[in-house]
Design a protein around this ligand. Structure first.
Ligand code: SF4
Length: 247
């Protein structure tokens, strides 16, 4: 990554920390299997609905091995609050069955010593697991300095001119080429907060934005004033080790 982009990331991060603080992390990072499943559930829905589905799933199936034997319709019903239930149930079912066949248990301990690129390649081989889900496992469970790119992060880092890329996955690979050390979690989390609060897809509230002076977006909007409704609940910082292995 160019020095200019690296410096911009650090400056953006500094301003976001001034506004939102350093996001808290759990003392004990969650198991990668829990994180993978929670991230699948979080796709295209809000964190409250996916959290309900995650809690429902882990209380109904305290051990993920139990899912291997159930009908997909039962799984779909269990995770219904997350939406896109057929697609998500298929992805979860495929993941647990494949891992169970290969490892004899539902575990991702095999990725803990892998390099980031290898771990992402391994995880994205499971149907329904994309680069964003895999990178969330690396950041939130393994504590790696990797910045996942969802639609908020993709939109904002492109508006800021940190990268120029047409899809979140392309943005991910450009952004993570030599990402500055130690700040991936705060950068990722605070960008999502900014995306929810101010830098929305339509009519961003640039007047209130702490990044205005750094941002090169051509369609800035100074007319809209956002309601400061900060939706602080972040699912992936609230995933606990409830599934699998009898925890
Ligand atoms: S100045 Fe506007 S477009 Fe740029 S990051 Fe802030 S809200 Fe988004």
């Amino acid at each position: 990554m160019e020095i200019r982009a690296l410096n911009l990331i650090k400056e953006v991060n500094r301003k976001l920390v001034e506004r939102y603080g350093v996001p808290e992390r759990q003392d004990e990072l969650p198991d990668p299997v829990d994180m993978l499943i929670a991230t699948i559930l979080s796709q295209n829905t809000n964190d409250n609905n996916s959290y309900k589905a995650y809690k429902n799933l882990t209380s109904k199936f305290p051990r993920y091995e139990e899912i291997v034997k159930v009908k997909k319709s039962v799984l779909e019903k269990t995770i219904s609050t997350a939406g896109l239930t057929r697609q998500k149930a298929t992805a979860i079912m495929n993941f647990v069955k494949t891992i169970y066949e290969e490892e004899g248990e539902i575990t991702l301990k095999q990725i803990t010593l892998m390099k980031e690129g290898d771990a992402i390649e391994y995880l994205t081989k499971f149907k329904g697991v994309g680069v964003k889900t895999a990178s969330c496992v690396l950041l939130f469970s393994l504590g790696r300095n990797v910045c996942p790119v969802d639609t908020h992060v993709h939109r904002i880092v492109n508006r800021l001119g940190i990268v120029k890329a047409s899809t979140p996955d392309k943005t991910f690979y450009l952004l993570n080429e030599g990402f500055p050390p130690r700040i991936a979690h705060q950068f990722h989390t605070n960008l999502i907060k900014l995306g929810r609060e101010l830098c929305k897809p339509q009519k961003p509230a640039c007047l209130q934005c702490p990044l205005d002076k750094l941002c090169v977006y051509k369609e800035k909007n100074y007319e809209v004033k956002a309601k400061t409704n900060r939706r602080e609940f972040m699912l992936l910082d609230n995933v606990h080790n409830k599934g699998g292995r009898g925890k």
